[in-house]
Design a binder for this molecule. Structure first.
Ligand code: BLA
Length: 247
């Protein structure tokens, strides 16, 4: 599950000039001792973005994950791109979240950036079937038009791939349009808001318990603070990715 979507994501990054960065070995790929779960990670350097990370977790029948976050450069104030797809094979359950994650919730900002995501809500109503959020606050870094659904195989296998393609196209469109426009939020404000996103996500993300159980505390703490949400621990004036080299 999700390998086709992973390939599609990587291909779409690649054709827009993305280059894969070299990661520390135990972040690039890490296998749990006891459960044979494998996590693989990629970090891309993409024009117009300061950081684009991708994670694929293969824990067999128990869990399959595709997760990705793209942070635009600070001179652009458009939303962060967020993807979180989970497939629990034993119970046949899908949790899928696709969002343009807004830096602020003001109407003018939402009007400016969310026309296309709104239309995806109309196109894919079966992906907008969520109840209340359990871990996150829907009014912080989530948009009113996020695609968030809990479903089964049919949704995962048929609807999700179409929605995924459209979602990526819409986000690239938003990104390309934003390159030509002047941001309304200042770069320093965008920098603070993106750093806050990392702090907020590191605190709330329900994945940490899962990573602890698969990969242990030492590896998980390093992974969360250095790879998933580096701005949650670092002084935001430091560029977090300078330590990584191009592959
Ligand atoms: C939910 N995400 C979850 C859950 C897990 C993960 C285990 C709980 C599943 C459930 O509710 O049944 C897993 N999250 C991960 C993994 C990683 C991660 C493996 O970050 C890292 C590799 N989460 C994101 C991004 C978004 C996101 C980018 O990482 C936005 C698109 C959203 N995940 C998100 C939301 C939920 C969720 C909204 C539901 C949580 C809730 O109900 O509050």
């Amino acid at each position: 599950m999700f390998d086709t979507l992973l390939e599609e994501l990587h291909e779409s990054i690649h054709i827009r000039g993305g280059r894969s960065m070299l990661l520390p070995k135990d972040i690039s790929s890490f296998r749990s001792q006891k459960s044979k779960s494998l996590i693989r990670n990629w970090l891309w350097s993409v024009p117009g973005f300061r950081r684009w990370r991708v994670t694929r977790l293969d824990a067999g029948e128990r869990l399959q994950v595709l997760n990705s976050v793209a942070y635009p450069e600070y001179i652009y104030d458009h939303p962060i791109m967020g993807i979180d797809l989970l497939w629990f094979g034993k119970t046949g359950k899908l949790v899928a979240v696709l969002d343009f994650q807004p830096l602020v919730q003001e109407k003018a900002y939402l009007d400016r950036h969310f026309k296309d995501l709104k239309s995806l809500n109309v196109q894919f109503p079966s992906l907008v079937n969520h109840g209340p959020m359990r871990s996150f606050d829907p009014h912080q870094y989530f948009s009113p038009w996020l695609l968030l659904c809990r479903g089964g195989f049919e949704l995962a296998n048929n609807t999700l791939p179409h929605a995924f393609t459209s979602f990526l196209e819409c986000y690239w469109k938003l990104h390309l349009e934003s390159l030509g426009k002047k941001s309304k939020l200042s770069s320093s404000m965008v920098e603070d808001l993106q750093a806050n996103y990392d702090i907020y996500s590191a605190e709330r993300d329900p994945a940490h318990g899962l990573f602890y159980s698969y990969f242990g505390k030492t590896w998980t703490d390093k992974f969360v603070s250095e790879f998933l949400f580096p701005c949650s621990i670092k002084n935001t004036s430091l560029e977090p990715d300078r330590s990584y080299q191009e592959e």
